[in-house]
Write a protein that binds this ligand. Structure first.
Ligand code: ZN
Ligand code: ZN
Length: 598
């Protein structure tokens, strides 16, 4: 029983293991009952391992492993497991590892962990399969916990285990901690390890580190293959740095990588996210072979840049080339309509997707429709759509409704969305902030307090916002109130000057975007130091007067920064392009391509 107690410690808060199976496989009584279970299906037609010599009962581990591979059900695995116990094959490390792996593949993590827990000796494979198993079922808590235990086990990290471990842990691992320490200490790293580490950084939100690592990998004499190139392209897309994108493209050309569907499509996405939809189109046109994802990516690229008409023009061309649209294509199409306010077109596509193209609409398509109708202030239609839809609604859907209510202030609908959203218990702090803003605008201060309490109670932390800006081929990162830049004094002086000029032109800080119990003056000061404002001030100091300013923000741009940048684009007569987590904003002459809806 003590073992179970320890096991309970590993239990994820969100997941309940079925302990009933844990003990069953090991006791003879349980084995007997297992054989006799009447409700189990009679489908165990797998070839159970045979002895080579029936007299001495000598089983072969390899035949056990191959029997395990054939297992189609949990029951079949149990049968082989039971046989492994009775024949003592369970003592064989390879057999146990395979059993753990097969249990994990069938998402029976309780059985997998029980076996793992009782192992007298574990090798890298054992650790890899258990960590990979927790990752597969989405149990990040136990995944990370086991990975940390592995680090403490003293087993050497090798090129086989690390990719597994990193891939499994990248949702929860900060790249600056355990994974990196292990990586740096590895005596020998191969292409796979480098690639996984690069991908890990990109996934964990540090794409700049991915890019640095890619340079280091080349310096170490490792030649990237197609897979690692796609990973780097993906990292660069996350980063959104144009000059890096060009460097990668040059490298790809120099190394003569062929522009196949996968690499080409990744490059379309990279260029679009780095701010140049035209460069993305060039790649698209150069690709000899395109699949539905390539077309959808190109449609989406036009969409996020607010070039909805061009996005829609691609659709008939795609049909002509013989490619059938899928659900991703329609998400791209509908969100392109939404970003450009093409309401009628969006409606037509939404209505025709099932009827004409046999693509069932899912929650993502409904979310696009909410965005589209919400932008036009047609909240009654949104309400009607919400009641009519039969698919399950998720965080993103209710979040889109909240977004629509933020602009058009439909408190009834907002509360409906809020109720559902909070029941889903989102980890995204943005929703709590949005909700709190809506309540604040409606003067419902008690509700504001409740939302904040809930946020604290659930341990939701505000994701720290940052802005990347690329100046003279160098990347600079700013966080709110950042004073780490060597020229920070000049930056703050420039910001002060800007604010003064903006205030003369009628700018009033919108303190609704600050979720802090501080007085108005301090709120305004806090707003002034938002990362995108600092980045703009720096760009005005460090760049030529007529050049465009490009930056990437990791979160949705706040309403105050949006107004601020619009006015700056007018006062300094510069084009400013901001990519936020939702779309691109092209600011010029005092207005934005998003039409103030995002
Ligand atoms: Zn802001
Ligand atoms: Zn905008």
């Amino acid at each position: 029983m003590t073992k179970f107690k320890i096991f309970t410690l590993h239990k994820s808060p969100s997941r309940d293991f079925q302990f009933s199976y844990c003990s069953s496989a090991t006791s003879p009584l349980a084995l007997k009952s297992l054989r006799q279970r009447p409700e189990e299906p009679q489908q165990s037609s797998i070839a159970l391992p045979q002895t080579h010599n029936t007299e001495s009962l000598c089983f072969d581990p390899r035949s056990f492993v191959s029997s395990l591979v054939q297992c189609q059900s949990h029951f079949q695995i149990k049968k082989v497991h039971a046989l492994a116990i009775t024949t003592a094959m369970i003592e064989n490390l390879g057999v146990i590892n395979k059993l753990i792996y097969i249990y994990a593949q069938h998402k029976a993590m309780a059985d997998a962990y029980f076996l793992f827990f009782r192992m007298k000796e574990r090798d890298n494979v054992s650790w890899s399969v258990i960590i990979g198993g927790f990752s597969k079922v989405g149990d990040n808590y136990n995944c990370l916990k086991t990975f940390k235990e592995f680090l403490l086990s003293g087993l050497p990290m090798d090129n086989y285990t690390l990719p597994f471990a990193l891939r499994a842990c990248r949702d929860t691992l900060s790249p600056n901690t355990d994974a990196r320490k292990v990586f740096d200490k590895m005596p020998k790293r191969d292409l796979v390890t480098w690639t996984v580490m690069i991908s890990c950084y990109a996934e964990c939100g540090s794409p700049e580190e991915s890019m640095a690592l890619f340079d280091r990998m080349k310096d170490n004499g490792i030649v990237p293959d197609k897979v690692s190139m796609v990973t780097v392209v993906f990292a660069c897309a996350k980063l959104g740095a144009m000059h890096k994108a060009k460097m990668i493209r040059d490298y790809i050309w120099r190394r003569k990588f062929s522009l196949d569907v996968i690499l080409g499509t990744a490059m379309i996405d990279m260029y679009a996210k780095c701010g140049s939809v035209d460069a993305a189109r060039e790649i698209f046109d150069q690709m000899k072979e395109k699949n539905v994802i390539s077309w959808s990516s190109m449609i989406s690229a036009y969409g996020v840049h607010g070039r909805g008409r061009e996005a829609l023009q691609l659709f008939p061309q795609m049909l002509q080339s013989g490619i059938r649209p899928n659900r991703i294509t329609f998400v791209s199409i509908l969100s392109a309509c939404s970003h450009s306010g093409l309401i009628e077109e969006g409606r037509q596509f939404f209505n025709s997707m099932e009827r004409d193209y046999f693509v069932e609409s899912d929650v993502k398509h409904y979310t696009c429709m909410v965005d589209l109708l919400g932008r036009a202030g047609r909240l009654d239609e949104v309400l009607e759509l919400t009641e009519r839809m039969k698919v399950d609604k998720d965080e993103g859907f209710w979040g889109a409704i909240l977004g629509a209510c933020r602009i058009h202030g439909h408190i009834g609908l907002a509360e409906k969305a809020a109720k559902n959203l909070l029941e889903l218990g989102p980890r995204n702090s943005g929703y709590y902030v949005l909700l709190s803003n809506i309540y604040a605008n409606a003067g419902k201060w008690e509700e504001v307090a409740k939302v904040r309490q809930m946020m604290t109670g659930r341990g939701v932390k505000k994701t720290p916002g940052w802005t990347w800006i690329e100046i003279n081929n160098k990347l600079y990162q700013f966080i709110v109130g950042d004073k780490s830049h060597p020229q920070f004094k000049e930056i703050y002086e420039m910001l002060k000057l800007l604010v003064e000029r903006l205030e003369l032109a009628g700018y009033v800080p919108d303190t609704n975007f600050v979720l802090h119990d501080i007085d108005e003056e301090l709120k305004a000061e806090f707003l002034y130091t938002h990362s995108e404002k600092l980045a703009i001030a720096f760009a005005l100091i460090a760049t030529a007067e007529d050049s465009a300013i490009r930056m990437t923000k990791n979160l949705r741009i706040c309403g105050d920064c949006h107004t601020f940048i619009k006015m700056v684009s007018n006062i300094v007569q510069r084009n400013i392009v901001v990519r936020d987590s939702i779309r691109f904003h092209h600011f010029s002459n005092g207005s934005c391509s998003c039409g103030d809806y995002w």
